[in-house]
Design a protein around this ligand. Structure first.
Ligand SMILES: Cc1ncc(COP(=O)(O)O)c(C=O)c1O
Length: 368
């Protein structure tokens, strides 16, 4: 390939000195587990997201599991989520012993469809929670989803593994969701150099429970474990890296938005469908995903020209072996199925050079 799909080394060259100094500081103080950088990162991320509490953890999947553990979600409970997401969303539900029920997505934003969600809840005997996913980096339709959650007395989780930093009418998803979860997997918009995750909440009591659950359910009395929990702490070394990355995150989101706008202006046509962001939404562009006819032929053409592209997702979750027997919305998943065959993601990261953007645009326009 002429250049990578996501270029982590380009970002590293900007922050390497600061990251290396931060890592050296950790190695000097030696508090590798829950050192001061972890709390510092939690506080700074909470500020970045406009308030609330941040409980960091080991990865974005645990970030989904921890609040469900805290709420006692388990066998017999139904949790609604899109099929059009990474498998971890449904995996977290199934690991709790609960049933994931797959809901369709909006055909334009690919985020959970409120109509399909309402239909699925209406059919369900024991609905407990909704997981909305900020797919490809853009916020879900939180005002509509919150209304449905309130009507049926359900918890609302915003799975913002791809969308941390996204906004709807200037607000972070935590304005509507009971918890927001995220992943710091290296390729995510805010990624570390390994695995990491976080749960955000405005609920003080829940925050305390999450702090216990992520540390084997530690109780208040020395030596006592009050809850059955997990070992799910964010490493101090990763927190130190994340602090440096958080410093440049806002600029990176702006850069991603400039590149997305350039792609859109150059590519919008009757043939290609460029991404549509919800009105009032700001995306972090974890993926810039277009719809293209004869997708597989075009993808092969792009790869032959050494331009990296990806089909997100080749298989929606409800079609995957481990998840094929779970229920789906009574209206089916027609928009999910259409997306499966049409979507192609283009190279996207904050440091994508103008000449590489040109190569993407020119090659693609030559193929359609
Ligand atoms: C939507 C979504 N949810 C959850 C996850 C899981 O995150 P992690 O890989 O950090 O466990 C991911 C990332 O892969 C994701 O894209």
């Amino acid at each position: 390939m002429k250049f990578p799909f996501i270029d982590l080394q380009a970002q590293r060259s900007v922050i390497s000195e600061r990251v290396e100094a931060a890592l050296k500081r950790v190695m000097e103080h030696g508090q590798y587990i829950l050192g001061p950088e972890v709390t510092q990162f939690e506080e700074q991320l909470a500020e970045f997201e406009g308030g609330g509490h941040v409980v960091s953890c080991a990865n974005g999947t645990d970030a989904l599991i921890l609040p469900m553990m805290a709420w006692g979600i388990g066998t017999g409970d139904v949790v609604f989520c899109p099929s059009w997401t990474y498998a971890a969303t449904a995996e977290a539900i199934a690991l709790m012993g609960a049933t994931p029920c797959f809901v369709d997505v909006d055909p334009e934003t690919y985020n959970i469809c409120p109509k399909s969600l309402r239909a699925a809840i209406g059919e369900s005997s024991n609905p407990k929670a909704i997981i909305a996913v900020d797919i490809f980096g853009q916020p879900a339709d939180y005002p509509s989803i919150r209304k449905i959650a309130d009507e049926f007395e359900l918890k609302l989780i915003a799975d913002s593994a791809q969308g941390l930093g996204c906004r709807l009418n200037g607000n972070a998803p935590l304005k509507w969701a009971d918890v927001v979860t995220s992943s710091f997997f290296p390729a995510k918009p805010l990624g570390c150099y390994g695995d990491g995750g976080a749960v955000l909440t405005r609920d003080e009591e829940l925050k305390d429970k999450l702090l216990s659950l992520r540390f084997h359910g530690r109780g208040e009395r020395a030596g006592d474990h009050a809850l059955i929990g997990l070992n799910s702490r964010l490493d101090t070394l990763q927190a130190a890296i994340l602090l440096e990355k958080l410093n440049i995150f806002e600029e990176e989101i702006e850069a991603r938005n400039r590149i997305a706008e350039r792609y859109t202006q150059a590519l919008k046509s009757n043939i290609l469908r460029t991404p549509k962001v919800i009105e009032g939404g700001l995306s972090t562009w974890a993926q810039y995903a277009i719809e293209v006819p004869n997708r597989d032929v075009v993808m092969a053409g792009m790869r032959a020209a050494e331009i990296p592209v990806a089909a997100y997702y080749p298989l929606p979750t409800h079609m995957q072996t481990a998840y094929k027997d779970f229920p789906v919305s009574p209206d089916g998943l027609p928009n999910t199925m259409a997306a499966k065959d049409a979507i192609m993601a283009l190279p996207m990261h904050a440091y994508l050079k103008p000449e590489d953007q040109d190569a993407v645009i020119e090659t693609l326009l030559g193929l359609v």
